[in-house]
Design a protein around this ligand. Sequence first.
Ligand code: AMP
Ligand code: ZN
Length: 113
Amino acid sequence: MENCLFCKIIHGEIPSSKVYENDQVYAFRDINPQAPVHVLVVPKKHVSSVAEISQLADADIAACLHAVSEIAVQEGLSGGYRVISNCGPDACQSVPHLHFHILGGRQMAEQMA
Ligand code: AMP
Ligand code: ZN
Protein backbone atom coordinates (compact mmCIF):
# COMPACT_ATOMS: atom_id res chain seq x y z
CA MET A 1 0.00 0.00 0.00
CA GLU A 2 1.58 3.26 -1.13
CA ASN A 3 1.97 6.04 1.41
CA CYS A 4 1.12 3.84 4.37
CA LEU A 5 3.49 4.52 7.26
CA PHE A 6 3.38 0.99 8.64
CA CYS A 7 3.77 -0.62 5.18
CA LYS A 8 6.92 1.51 4.80
CA ILE A 9 8.15 0.33 8.21
CA ILE A 10 7.45 -3.32 7.29
CA HIS A 11 9.45 -2.88 4.06
CA GLY A 12 12.34 -1.18 5.87
CA GLU A 13 11.80 2.14 4.08
CA ILE A 14 11.33 3.88 7.44
CA PRO A 15 13.46 2.78 10.41
CA SER A 16 11.89 1.02 13.37
CA SER A 17 12.94 -0.78 16.50
CA LYS A 18 11.97 -4.34 15.58
CA VAL A 19 11.05 -6.75 18.35
CA TYR A 20 9.56 -9.64 16.34
CA GLU A 21 9.04 -10.78 12.76
CA ASN A 22 7.78 -13.82 10.90
CA ASP A 23 6.23 -14.38 7.46
CA GLN A 24 2.91 -12.82 8.43
CA VAL A 25 3.66 -10.33 11.20
CA TYR A 26 6.03 -7.46 12.02
CA ALA A 27 6.30 -5.89 15.49
CA PHE A 28 8.21 -2.82 16.63
CA ARG A 29 8.41 -0.36 19.53
CA ASP A 30 5.99 2.56 19.52
CA ILE A 31 7.84 5.83 18.85
CA ASN A 32 5.83 7.54 21.60
CA PRO A 33 5.58 4.88 24.31
CA GLN A 34 2.68 5.14 26.76
CA ALA A 35 4.02 2.43 29.08
CA PRO A 36 7.47 0.95 29.86
CA VAL A 37 6.70 -1.67 27.20
CA HIS A 38 4.72 -0.40 24.20
CA VAL A 39 4.94 -2.59 21.11
CA LEU A 40 2.89 -2.43 17.91
CA VAL A 41 2.02 -5.72 16.19
CA VAL A 42 0.98 -5.40 12.54
CA PRO A 43 0.03 -7.88 9.84
CA LYS A 44 2.35 -7.60 6.83
CA LYS A 45 -0.70 -7.53 4.56
CA HIS A 46 -2.28 -4.09 4.54
CA VAL A 47 -5.78 -3.70 5.91
CA SER A 48 -6.84 -0.45 7.51
CA SER A 49 -8.35 -1.65 10.78
CA VAL A 50 -10.39 -4.31 12.57
CA ALA A 51 -13.34 -3.04 10.52
CA GLU A 52 -11.71 -4.59 7.42
CA ILE A 53 -10.44 -7.72 9.09
CA SER A 54 -12.54 -9.92 6.80
CA GLN A 55 -10.04 -9.01 4.05
CA LEU A 56 -7.33 -10.90 5.93
CA ALA A 57 -6.92 -14.67 5.91
CA ASP A 58 -7.75 -16.29 9.22
CA ALA A 59 -4.12 -17.44 9.42
CA ASP A 60 -2.91 -13.83 9.30
CA ILE A 61 -5.33 -12.78 12.03
CA ALA A 62 -4.29 -15.70 14.19
CA ALA A 63 -0.62 -14.92 13.56
CA CYS A 64 -1.07 -11.43 15.01
CA LEU A 65 -2.48 -12.75 18.26
CA HIS A 66 0.08 -15.54 18.53
CA ALA A 67 2.74 -12.86 18.07
CA VAL A 68 1.19 -10.76 20.85
CA SER A 69 1.41 -13.71 23.20
CA GLU A 70 5.01 -14.53 22.25
CA ILE A 71 6.18 -10.92 22.45
CA ALA A 72 4.67 -10.57 25.93
CA VAL A 73 6.83 -13.47 27.10
CA GLN A 74 9.87 -12.07 25.26
CA GLU A 75 9.34 -8.69 26.95
CA GLY A 76 8.95 -10.24 30.41
CA LEU A 77 5.35 -9.15 30.93
CA SER A 78 4.61 -11.89 33.44
CA GLY A 79 2.40 -9.58 35.49
CA GLY A 80 0.03 -9.01 32.59
CA TYR A 81 -0.48 -6.50 29.83
CA ARG A 82 -3.14 -4.73 27.81
CA VAL A 83 -3.86 -5.32 24.09
CA ILE A 84 -5.62 -2.51 22.23
CA SER A 85 -6.61 -1.98 18.61
CA ASN A 86 -8.01 1.47 17.90
CA CYS A 87 -10.53 1.37 15.07
CA GLY A 88 -11.67 4.53 13.32
CA PRO A 89 -12.04 8.16 14.36
CA ASP A 90 -14.06 7.63 17.55
CA ALA A 91 -11.17 5.51 18.85
CA CYS A 92 -8.58 8.07 17.66
CA GLN A 93 -6.92 5.65 15.25
CA SER A 94 -4.08 7.69 13.74
CA VAL A 95 -2.40 5.15 11.43
CA PRO A 96 -4.79 3.35 9.06
CA HIS A 97 -2.96 0.01 8.99
CA LEU A 98 -4.34 -2.60 11.41
CA HIS A 99 -2.20 -2.82 14.54
CA PHE A 100 -2.41 -4.17 18.05
CA HIS A 101 -0.82 -2.15 20.83
CA ILE A 102 0.80 -4.20 23.60
CA LEU A 103 1.09 -2.07 26.74
CA GLY A 104 2.76 -3.35 29.86
CA GLY A 105 5.47 -3.06 32.44
CA ARG A 106 3.34 -1.11 34.91
CA GLN A 107 -0.07 -1.31 36.56
CA MET A 108 -2.69 -0.18 34.05
CA ALA A 109 -5.60 2.04 35.00
CA GLU A 110 -8.79 0.18 35.86
CA GLN A 111 -10.72 2.33 33.38
CA MET A 112 -9.76 1.68 29.77
CA ALA A 113 -10.88 5.00 28.35
P1 AMP B 1 -3.17 4.51 16.73
O1 AMP B 1 -3.37 5.90 17.24
O2 AMP B 1 -3.89 3.45 17.48
O3 AMP B 1 -3.43 4.46 15.23
O4 AMP B 1 -1.63 4.16 16.97
C1 AMP B 1 -0.62 4.56 16.12
C2 AMP B 1 0.65 4.50 16.93
O5 AMP B 1 1.74 4.58 16.02
C3 AMP B 1 0.83 5.65 17.93
O6 AMP B 1 0.92 5.11 19.24
C4 AMP B 1 2.14 6.31 17.48
O7 AMP B 1 2.94 6.73 18.54
C5 AMP B 1 2.79 5.21 16.68
N1 AMP B 1 3.73 5.64 15.66
C6 AMP B 1 3.56 6.63 14.76
N2 AMP B 1 4.64 6.71 13.94
C7 AMP B 1 5.50 5.75 14.36
C8 AMP B 1 6.79 5.33 13.93
N3 AMP B 1 7.43 5.92 12.91
N4 AMP B 1 7.41 4.33 14.61
C9 AMP B 1 6.78 3.72 15.64
N5 AMP B 1 5.56 4.06 16.09
C10 AMP B 1 4.92 5.06 15.46
ZN1 ZN C 1 -0.15 -0.41 5.36
